[in-house]
Write a protein that binds this ligand. Structure first.
Ligand code: FO1
Length: 309
């Protein structure tokens, strides 16, 4: 039996996560999700990466936007705009209900882990999704003009400012989710989904003790490159790498994870790097346009993990 820990951030990670969920039973995979993107907005607790994975696994994700819900309507936003409210971060009518539900659970003293469980179960998800920590961690984006909260950089400023670095506010006092540490005791593989290494995966790896726990776990760690042929499939990963003066290449992503990795999955476009990196490599089609692509990549990754055991 497999026991996979899948580490995931936003849209790209959720695609592979869906493929993994189609191959693995609920007791064979734990999805550990970045919460550095979380913020409080309009009085609501928003957890974008948890939301994206939750909607994806529930079959409710908005395929055009990549975030939020399918079949969305925007009456709340339009009404808020008419009242002169803040509309740079769009909350659809259906999506809004999830944030209200989460906010009420957290206000009642329910942990983020239990709130996530309750919401995902209510949406019919059998696989387990856990926030990386029950403690708040906030990704801050440093730019030459000052520091921005992550969603202000990402959504409000549309990733336009030049990035000089990131910090994860609260991380020193945040404990890794105990469910993740417990899972590692019996894990047979760790998969880092094709999420942004700097803002989606690093918050998790920087939680006190978590990187060491991953390294100490005998299961192989395999990452899937979010960079294909020098470009990010989605989002600002390549732009960030250029601004951080790191080459925007799959090789640089593998180097970023360093000795944590036992295996690295390259896209066909980067086949020239196969065998030329420190971890073991395989070449696959990592661009996931269809459900079949997601399932095929998940199967390839799971076979690679098994081969490295
Ligand atoms: N991303 C946007 O680009 N614009 C939005 O208005 C927006 C709203 C939004 C609401 C709820 C939610 O869970 C996510 C939302 N996102 C939006 C996505 C998002 O914040 C980012 O894609 C992630 O933080 C990056 O992983």
């Amino acid at each position: 039996m497999r026991r996979i820990l899948a580490i995931t951030g936003g849209v790209g990670g959720a695609k592979l996560a869906l493929g993994l969920a189609r191959h693995l039973a609920p007791d064979e995979v734990l999805f550990a999700v970045n919460t550095g993107d979380d913020f409080e907005h309009l009085g609501l607790e928003i957890a974008p990466d948890l939301d994206t994975l939750t909607y994806t696994l529930a079959g409710l994700a908005n395929p055009e936007l990549g975030w939020g819900r399918a079949d969305e309507t925007w009456n709340f936003m339009e009404t808020l705009a008419a009242l002169g409210g803040e509309t740079w971060f769009r909350l659809g009518d259906r999506d809004l209900a999830l944030h209200v539900a989460r906010t009420r659970l957290l206000a009642a003293g329910v942990s983020r882990t239990d709130a996530t469980d309750r919401i995902s179960r209510a949406l019919g998800i059998e696989h387990r999704i856990v926030p990386m920590s029950d403690d708040p961690v906030r990704t801050l984006v440093h730019t030459p003009d000052g520091t921005l909260a992550f969603q202000h950089y990402f959504v409000r400023e549309r990733c336009a400012p030049t990035v000089t670095g990131f910090t994860f506010d609260g991380i020193a006092d945040a404990r890794p989710n105990p469910a993740i540490l417990a899972w590692l005791e019996t894990a047979t593989g760790i998969v880092i989904c094709p999420s942004n290494p700097f803002v989606s995966v690093d918050p998790l790896l920087n939680l006190p003790g978590l990187r060491a726990a991953l390294a100490a776990c005998p299961a192989p760690v395999v990452a899937v490159s979010p960079i294909v042929g020098g470009q990010a499939i989605k989002g600002p990963t390549a732009k960030m790498m250029q601004e951080l003066r790191v080459p925007a290449t799959a090789a640089a992503v593998a180097a970023h994870y360093g000795d944590l990795l036992d295996g690295f999955v390259l896209d066909r476009q980067d086949a020239a790097l196969d065998g030329a990196l420190r971890p073991a490599t395989i070449v696959a089609q990592t661009v996931m346009l269809t459900l079949a692509d997601r399932m095929a990549l998940a199967e390839t990754v799971l076979d690679f993990v098994d081969a490295l055991r």
